[in-house]
Design a protein around this ligand. Sequence first.
Ligand code: NAD
Ligand code: TYD
Length: 357
Amino acid sequence: MKILVTGGCGFIGSHFIRLVLRSRRDVRVTNLDALTYAGNPENLRDVEKERRYAFVHGSIVDPDFLERTAGEGFDAVVNFAAESHVDRSLQGPVEFVRTNVQGTLHLLEAAKRHGVKRFLQVSTDEVYGSLPPEGAFTETTPLHPNNPYASTKAGADLMVRAYVHTFGLEAVITRSSNNYGPQQYPEKFIPLFVTNALEGRGCPLYGDGMHVRDWLHVEDNCRGILAALEKGKPGEVYNLGGGNERPNLETARAILEILDRPESLLQFVKDRPGHDRRYAIDCTKARRDLGWTPEVPFDRGLRETVEWYRAHGDWAARIRSGEFRKYYEKQYGTPFAKLSKQRAGGGESTPIRRKKK
Ligand code: NAD
Ligand code: TYD
């Protein structure tokens, strides 16, 4: 079986690729990634030499490139590629529409044209909007996205639905809650607070810090995505949540406690515009129909995650300094700046570089 994974150099995609290569011996994975600021080839350094893994540099907003890539023949596509940070979507929503909506559309089209048998769209609980203090999102909760990131993810989900209904594409959607774990880009809440606290810098809590998120360990999410890819019913949505609802203030305090850093590092700052108050996931359907269940308790998962960042201070430092780009140039030979420019212009992508079989 051949799987095309998009966005595999990012946080969740890289964990997913590692899971697949480890647990499915008969599967080959091609990782298609545009290497935006969030794409870090170093995240997959440990599998680069694996014969069942190949990296392709290119963008899902480039239909010609997708046409050529899909032409190689894949049994399944798993789409992680996205602009994923809410705060960036407030500053520059156009790139979110391009990548998340238009890119997904191009990928669906390529999958349709080349008879791909399974398509898994990695989505988010943010498409459902914000919850009052009680209740949880089910798969039938109406879509009420509240920020540009969430709206583009909802747009992509609706496009997937159209390809199932109109063209019979065997596509499945997973919607997960907030992920945490090693190798998450340190702009997101948990890695930002951990890396800032480690450096003795302030940790900016938006508003009153009482916004609630339901934390799911990235490996649990990846297991759920794989289960949905293998067992999900075409056209269906599966919610994946950790059952770990916490106000941000509580999570922030837990991080500082693990690191033995003072609470004075917490800084209450102006709230994020349109900030969703609460997310919570009902994942009864995934438990029942996919046999999936989250396995990592939040206390243990958070402690291990914090310890990972503490032990890999060089990883975050390299990202912050842009040094991982040098690693990329050494590995793949094309100057990073040129690649970013190509992507921004939607131009020609670099040719496929394959490992010797
Ligand atoms: P990330 O920002 O860490 O990684 C995104 C990856 O996509 C990067 O490797 C980037 O280079 C790549 N990419 C971006 N634009 C591309 C393009 N045009 N073509 C090809 N590759 C491109 O994101 P993440 O946190 O790993 O999230 C992965 C997916 O999961 C996203 O679709 C996101 O919406 C979804 N999701 C994330 C969370 C979370 O908590 N992080 C929760 C629910 C759903
Ligand atoms: P984030 O990791 O950006 O994920 P999302 O917005 O997709 O939920 O943020 C998680 C929560 O943490 C969210 O309620 C916003 C809050 N937050 C802060 O309080 N300070 C920060 O610096 C960041 C990045 C997030």
